[in-house]
Write a protein that binds this ligand. Structure first.
Ligand code: ADP
Ligand code: MG
Length: 222
């Protein structure tokens, strides 16, 4: 089960990853964009962490809807409303349950990704964040680690594509050969999710390493 603390940790870990990778995200946004993706997300996620600390929402859904609202109001670029919608719609799908199952979270995130596709009018293959979000959310039904790998591969696979949505699409064929910054940051979100799951002992179900000592899980296999 995932509680508000898990979701808060995810977003805090994501904020740290965005900080760490901000320069790289902005570099990716230079040849096919306006070189602001890293700074956009840095501003947004810093504000998300601050507002979560201040307001301390106590359900998973409330954490995500608050974070999504904050991203929309802080990030000026296309990615703000898109990521904001992702988190808000995911949070809304979770309702006000104090704890949710991994499967409920995966289904909610899939609804969030669908809302991003609807808002931006993009689909996988258009060289956008959806190229990482869709495979990542789909693989989350298997495990956090599988989602991380699927999103990572999805981001890498944007390089040979020609952009059909967003700023990069203005470049036409010249967008080919560059990895999409938004797909790269989406892969970071799944990386942060997998890290959070591993740190909090939620990877057991999909983890084939079988290291045994799973701490406080208390044998709930029946
Ligand atoms: P902006 O393009 O306004 O400068 P950012 O640089 O922060 O905003 O974000 C750019 C990223 O947003 C792109 O790399 C792409 O992944 C994503 N993006 C742009 N337009 C769309 C869209 N219509 N649907 C989905 N993702 C999009
Ligand atoms: Mg940009």
């Amino acid at each position: 089960m995932l509680d508000a603390d898990f979701l808060r940790r995810w977003l805090t870990t994501a904020a740290a990853a965005v900080d760490r990778e901000a320069d790289r995200l902005t570099e990716l946004d230079s040849p096919i964009g306006d070189a602001d993706h890293g700074s956009n997300l840095q501003r947004g996620f810093t504000a998300v962490v601050a507002t979560l600390e201040k307001e301390a929402p106590d359900t998973p859904g409330a954490v995500l809807t608050l974070a999504g609202r904050q991203l929309i109001s802080t990030v000026g670029g296309a990615s703000g409303p898109l990521y904001g919608t992702l988190l808000r719609r995911t949070g809304k799908a979770l309702g006000d349950a104090p704890r949710v199952t991994e499967a409920e979270f995966a289904a909610a995130l899939r609804a969030g990704v669908d809302a991003v596709a609807q808002l931006g009018g993009a689909a996988p293959g258009d060289k956008t964040m959806l190229d990482a979000l869709v495979p990542g959310a789909d693989a989350l039904a298997t495990s956090f680690a599988a989602a991380r790998e699927a999103a990572h591969q999805g981001a890498l696979a944007t390089a040979p594509l020609q952009a059909r949505k967003g700023r990069a699409s203005y470049l036409g064929e010249r967008s080919v050969g560059h990895q999409d910054p938004g797909a790269t940051s989406s892969a970071l979100l799944f990386e942060a999710l997998a890290d959070t799951a591993a740190e909090t002992g939620h990877e057991a179900a999909g983890d084939s390493e079988g290291t045994g000592g799973s701490g406080e899980s208390g044998g709930s296999s029946e």
